[in-house]
Ligand binder design. Structure first.
Ligand SMILES: Nc1nc2c(ncn2[C@@H]2O[C@H](COP(=O)(O)OP(=O)(O)OP(=O)(O)O)[C@@H](O)[C@H]2O)c(=O)[nH]1
Ligand SMILES: [Mg+2]
Length: 249
């Protein structure tokens, strides 16, 4: 019997769905409330976990051949920005992008949690596309995720220090004040806890030596850089815009 392969290909009805840049792909750990509890992570923030999410992002940016301009990570999520069409993998095929990126993250975090927390359960990440139309919208998006990180930071410390019931219905400013009265000054908390971490490429100039001409030469190299700051503030948006303009060159 002759097998009509093209028929089966036609059944793959979503394989032609593509996306154009600029685009953000956000991944989020599935059921990490349970995973972090079973790992016995520090509450509300465990530096080893955040470091793992940063390292996973770095690996995805530097070791997979994906051309990601910038990543932002907080809690159990990471957002990857593809600035230009030529950066998009798999010719922009959504099925591929949304399966390969969270697979890399799951593989890395799986190993990391096994090594650092002796965790033997299975982890997974979901993924979604966030379509932005411009650099400015990308900044708006990252500023929103950063304000979510800050809200989460305030609420989780409030629940730990003030108490779940006592925090209910309180505004951000009241929480800051109550925390201060209890001896916790939020300004003294680590910036990655308040704002998450941005991972991006930075171009540096290095002195080299040309063995043929035997002359000193300056070569441009890319390296990964990390930063934690309030993207939602005016200064933060400007700083992010500067970083993205460099990536966009
Ligand atoms: N102890 C601890 N828990 C953390 C840390 N970072 C994230 N988490 C946990 O991870 C959860 C992430 O939030 P969500 O993504 O909304 O919750 P989830 O359980 O992953 O649920 P789904 O994403 O819907 O599957 C938080 O609610 C915390 O319980 C950390 O540094 N320490
Ligand atoms: Mg989650």
């Amino acid at each position: 019997m002759r097998i009509d392969e093209s028929k089966f290909r036609r059944w793959e009805i979503y394989s032609g769905e593509v996306i154009r840049a600029p685009v953000i792909v956000r991944i989020d750990g599935k059921n990490f409330h349970r995973v972090t509890r079973e790992c016995g992570m520090k509450k509300p923030f465990d530096e080893r976990f955040h470091r793992g999410m940063v390292k996973a992002s770095e690996k995805i940016m530097a070791k997979t051949g994906l051309n990601i301009s910038l990543t932002y990570t907080m809690s159990d999520e990471a957002s990857f920005l593809f600035l230009k069409d030529k950066h998009l993998p798999f010719r922009g095929r959504i099925e591929k992008i949304l399966s390969v990126i969270p697979s890399y993250a799951s593989a890395y975090i799986q190993n990391y949690l096994r090594e650092k927390f002796s965790y033997e359960g299975l982890v997974s990440f979901d993924a979604r596309i966030v379509k932005v139309q411009s650099l400015l919208e990308a900044i708006e998006y990252f500023s929103w995720r950063c304000s979510e990180a800050f809200r989460n930071f305030l609420n989780s410390y409030a629940q730990e220090i003030i108490g779940r019931k006592e925090t209910y219905g309180l505004k951000g400013r009241d929480i800051v004040e109550k925390l201060f009265l209890k001896g916790f000054n939020i300004q003294e908390a680590e910036e990655w806890q308040r704002y998450g971490t941005i991972i991006y490429w930075e171009e540096i100039e290095k002195e080299g030596f040309d063995p043929i001409t035997k002359e000193k030469v300056t070569v441009r190299r890319r390296r990964i850089h990390l930063a934690s700051f309030d993207i939602a503030s005016m200064h933060g948006r400007i700083r992010l815009q500067d970083i993205l303009s460099e990536c966009n060159r």
